[in-house]
Design a protein around this ligand. Sequence first.
Ligand SMILES: [Zn+2]
Length: 399
Amino acid sequence: MKTQEENFSELYKTIELLEKLVSFDTTSFKSNMALIEYVQGYLADLGVESKLFFDDSKQKANLWATIGPADRPGIVLSGHTDVVPALEETWKSEPFDLVERDHKLYGRGATDMKGFIACALALAPELKKRNLPIPFHICLSYDEEVGCLGVGRMVEGIANSGAVPMFALIGEPTQMFVVNGQKGKHSMRAKVYGTAGHSSYAPHHVNAIEYAGRIIQMISQYADKIAEEGPFDHSFTVPHSTMLVTTINGGAATNVTPEYCEFTFEIRHIPEHDGQAVLDDLMKNVEAELLPQMKAISEDAGIKWEKVFSYPGMGDCLDDEAFDLIRDVLPEVSGKVSYGSEGGIFEKVGGIPAIICGPGNIEQAHQPNEYVEIDQLDKCLAFLRNVVDAVEKKHANED
Ligand SMILES: [Zn+2]
């Protein structure tokens, strides 16, 4: 057991680290290397080596650091380093300067999700000091906020590295409840090519906006059908997959038949529902019903589909025996969430069961004046300490 004073100094360390992490502007389209190099240095000072997994531009990297015996299956503490832009004019303080007001720490990424990363890093000296029977892995990714693009490479690397971790704790803000499921998502772009001409000759042309409108109509019909027929999982607030159009652009002038229209759409699917199969069906039907009509007027007309990004859903794996190790110290389960996280990638790409549990509230994420309560960081530290104790105790019992 640790003394209250030691706990307090860990909390203090966490806030100090959070201040540093927030000071790096890691908006997704920017490089995260300054933050990664800082963390790498911090861990190196403790004698912990980091492995970096770069993106193609070498401007961004994932970091993977192992504390404890690397040849045994361990526990992943996972967080994304990128944040959404902080351009809102309603920020009361500099978004990249951590500021405390009323026991709350304000700054971009304070809750989503540098708070969790700060907790994990603050515990690193303690992890290093103990004689751990299994390793803890600190796993930091890039490009989560733009579609969970970054972490895949690292998870593939881990999955092929021999000692596949037992499970992953994803520290997205859940107010320190356990979230045991997350929807998957496919984000798509449709490009509709028509033919332009004076609008008085409309029947001689292919109206790209009108055909886009018909496809959108079909997407709504799919959405209605899914809402009616399922599949359902009532532990989600919206208990079925959803499908909708999100942006649209087209047309050139009020008297020209539009030559081009593009729109984006998405399906967010419950983990048990095959989102790709729904999309394949939609595209097949569009091509069978609408394409011949378009081509009948002009061979140049057509439709192109592009995948913007996708990530898998995270199924409920809380019953997995991997979690037996920490079952006694797990916080209460609050249910499943419709927003994305990297949990699905750990589970589906890496075969590593995952749950989401982290400090702060998702309602404060992606908002001006984002904050995390100091109390939440304290709770997160307490949970992580309990996890470490549980690991050590289990090992002592086995010896
Ligand atoms: Zn996040």
